[in-house]
Design a protein around this ligand. Structure first.
Ligand SMILES: CC(C)(COP(=O)(O)OP(=O)(O)OC[C@H]1O[C@@H](n2cnc3c(N)ncnc32)[C@H](O)[C@@H]1OP(=O)(O)O)[C@@H](O)C(=O)NCCC(=O)NCCS
Length: 323
């Protein structure tokens, strides 16, 4: 049996910050409304999905101290690829000089956890080392004149390096689910903008995330008290609050980055994980619960054991990267 072990992480954000005050200038909205209804205060916007993915991936490889040529597969979770074809992973592979396979995964905001489970399958069946990236530029599919969506979404990328290890590894349990009959609640046509029934998405997000996380914890035979850190999808702080209270996980064991990241879709969970790791909130042996939901309506959760040695910082390479 071959399991999965995380050996490095990285994150990338565009330079440009858009505050709620900036949005007040162009939309019929207020900083107070956005902060109270979503918890978002500012977000980062700009760049391309591949450029952000490359930067996050390069940092993750540096932290893991691995030669890109030893990586056998790159998987990019995204719903905003640079092009319809090829996969964004192909651009990343070329820029980082990675050998082996390259593909994108699209489960929208649940995409990173779907990608993690896909990675575990690839490692179990022969790949030795894999770069998994969640990257999205949601700003490119948002109608900046639509106050119901423009306030929510943003851009970014987060990455991890995962390695095959003998034995069961650190992906302890997971749950993947989708309700395709509800896909009309959150959608964007090719070339079009995001359309969303916000209230219904909110309601389903809370219920599906709680249900999925509970299935994962039950499969792992782990109680929520044993979860050292909860890393939920960063969409709305009221969703995070509701999920935490139903799972009985206090906010001091939960990562919240949406106040400064907004909703970066597939990047949201790896960005939050990277921020927690950078801040020293993770120690070897910690049980980390990841849970994401998104268009589809997709939902995914995973319980992983953090096993990166304490003090792993690596060296940050030049962040000036173009695809
Ligand atoms: C979008 C969301 C923030 C709206 O918050 P809400 O509390 O549900 O607000 P509602 O949609 O009920 O709207 C309440 C009022 O605020 C208004 N409103 C909506 N957006 C506004 C904005 N940006 N600024 C000011 N007022 C706004 C509405 O027009 C409505 O006015 P009305 O009562 O006069 O009709 C919330 O529903 C949400 O976060 N949903 C989940 C979305 C999500 O996470 N999507 C991504 C999933 S991966």
């Amino acid at each position: 049996m071959r399991g999965l072990r995380i050996s490095g992480w990285g994150a990338a954000l565009p330079d440009k910050t858009v505050t709620n005050a900036d949005l007040e200038a162009t939309l019929d909205t207020t900083d107070a409304w956005i902060t109270e209804r979503t918890g978002i205060r500012e977000r980062r916007v700009g760049s391309t999905t591949s450029a952000l993915a490359i930067e996050a991936g390069r940092l993750a490889l540096a932290r893991a101290e691995v030669d890109p040529a030893s990586v056998g597969m790159v998987v990019v979770a995204t719903c905003t690829p640079d092009q319809v074809l090829p996969a964004t992973a192909a651009t990343v592979q070329d820029a980082l000089a990675i050998s082996g396979g390259a593909m994108d995964v699209n489960a929208v905001c649940a995409g990173f956890v779907y990608g993690l489970v896909t990675a575990a399958g690839l490692l179990a069946t022969g790949t030795d080392r894999l770069l998994l990236i969640g990257a999205d530029t949601m700003s490119t599919i948002v109608d900046w004149d639509d106050r119901s969506t423009a306030i929510l979404f943003a851009d970014g990328a987060g990455a991890i390096v995962v390695e095959a290890t003998e034995g069961p590894g650190d992906l302890i349990a997971f749950d993947l689910d989708n309700d395709g009959s509800a896909r009309h609640l959150l959608q964007a046509d090719i070339g079009g903008f995001i359309q969303m029934d916000g209230r219904e998405v909110f309601r389903r997000a809370v219920r599906s995330t709680v249900d999925s996380a509970q299935r994962t914890l039950a499969r792992a035979q782990v109680s929520s008290e044993e979860v050292a850190l909860f890393v939920p999808h960063q969409a709305n702080v009221r969703i995070v609050d509701a999920v935490c209270s139903r799972l009985d996980i206090p906010l001091d064991r939960t990562v919240v980055t949406l106040d400064h990241h907004g909703n970066t879709s597939a990047a949201s969970i790896p960005l939050a994980l990277a921020e927690a790791a950078d801040e020293g909130r993770l120690s070897p042996g910690d049980l980390v619960l990841l849970a994401g939901f998104g268009a589809g309506m997709s939902v995914a959760s995973a319980l992983v054991r953090w096993s990166v040695p304490a003090g792993t910082t690596g060296t940050a390479p030049d962040p000036e990267v173009s695809p």
